[in-house]
Design a protein around this ligand. Sequence first.
Ligand SMILES: [Ca+2]
Length: 497
Amino acid sequence: MKNNGIVLLVLSLVLACCQAGWTKAADSRPNVIMLFVDDLGVGDVGAFGCKDIPTPQIDRLAKEGVVLTQMYVTNPPCCPSRYSLLMGTYAQRFGKYGMSRGMPLPEQPTFAEVFRDHGYVTGQVGKWDVGHSQPPSARGFMEVAVDPPKAEGGKLFMRLDENGEEIWLTEVDGDRLVEFVDRNRKKGKPFMMYWSPLAVHSPHSNTPEAYCERTSVPKGLPINKTHGSNRRLLGGGIVALDDQIGKLLDYLDEHNMRKNTLIIFASDNGPNIGEGGTSTPYRGGKGKGREQVGWTLTPGIVSWPSVIPEGTRFDGMMCTFDFYPTMLAAAKLPFPEHLDGVDVMPYLTGKKKGDVRDYIYWYNKGSNNRTRNLQAVRWGKWRLYRTLPEDPWRLYDLNRDPCEENDVAEQFPEIVKQLEEKHSEWESELPPMYDLEMRKGAGLMMPNQDLAPKDGWVMTDGRVLYEKPDAETEKRLKAEKRAVKEAKRKAMGKKGT
Ligand SMILES: [Ca+2]
């Protein structure tokens, strides 16, 4: 009996140790941070060749990881691009062919829902823009930051803190990002953070001079015909963004977390040309040149120091929808069935070479604005496109002609035929376009304002759909907003006297 007791005791100890070991292993799963910037072009980041806007922190991330030189958004601009990222597919797979704001996400899981359902704490800070009916808290994000109120006349970025003082939204975003990491590090929980700052979307007209003066863009003048006169202000916005990346990296370094944290950096579409952004050495972007490659090419960086060789570059073609399975694979989580994307980690670590996929397709339609329509195909160095189905196809050799100035469709009819057939074949798999009537009244860019009584964090179990405040809360909210405005007005009055 005595021996049996000892055996049982030993077994219990072994079991306890195994359980402790298992718990430890579960808690050491890698953290994942997706930095998904708005309207940032490849020509506006130092690691991609920009000279007049300093981005030392983004460049630091690049030095500590792999630079993706051919990383494409398949569904420009803001709203469809985020839809595609969150779902890991071509957005057309669910009938989304263009902006169609208000179209809900499908029932298939977002990457946040997969992380949430496997023990990760998921968080979101910044712009949501995939439909007001499903805020981030309803699609897998357990901790959602709420933006502080806008300052009077402050456009999108100038906000008011609790004392009525002006603050720049990008800085608030950066603070929230670090708050989230700090909170969950202390809890010892693996986390997934989706940081989608409004930066560097327009407008930049009131970018603080303290940021602008750190650029070397001449004051008041366009530096060449491809840059708008806002470039200095845009540059200030990019500098502010870069500072936030620095805040994050400093925090992670300080707590020795880099080796266990996968960081992905990308933009939702190419640069806003009207704001002075550029996609050099390519051409095109948002606002102008939507038919050129610059509308869909974005600066991509992936850093995971224990896994990905540092200071490398990957020139193979890939898409932002590949990040969904790449993040899940890093965390050893199962993939849902609906994905178009694939795990690109073998390419980023150098185990596999070449393009992640042979063909990439684009099909934007349904907009009254002709310039937002596009059909295009990439295959190796070739890019085929037309704006509307009745237009002739244009063909460009991006190796020889990155600015797409010499249409060679007539010289290479067999390439045109091949790519046109591939596009047609891909299109034949797609469902019809979602009913755009659904857009009506649902086009809110920043629904986070409606989620909580004041700025700060909405904490949920990731399954709760936050409803609009009841009448009493609504009344209190309005009173609070009025009080903040009044404080601001008084502060300005004092400055004037
Ligand atoms: Ca955008």
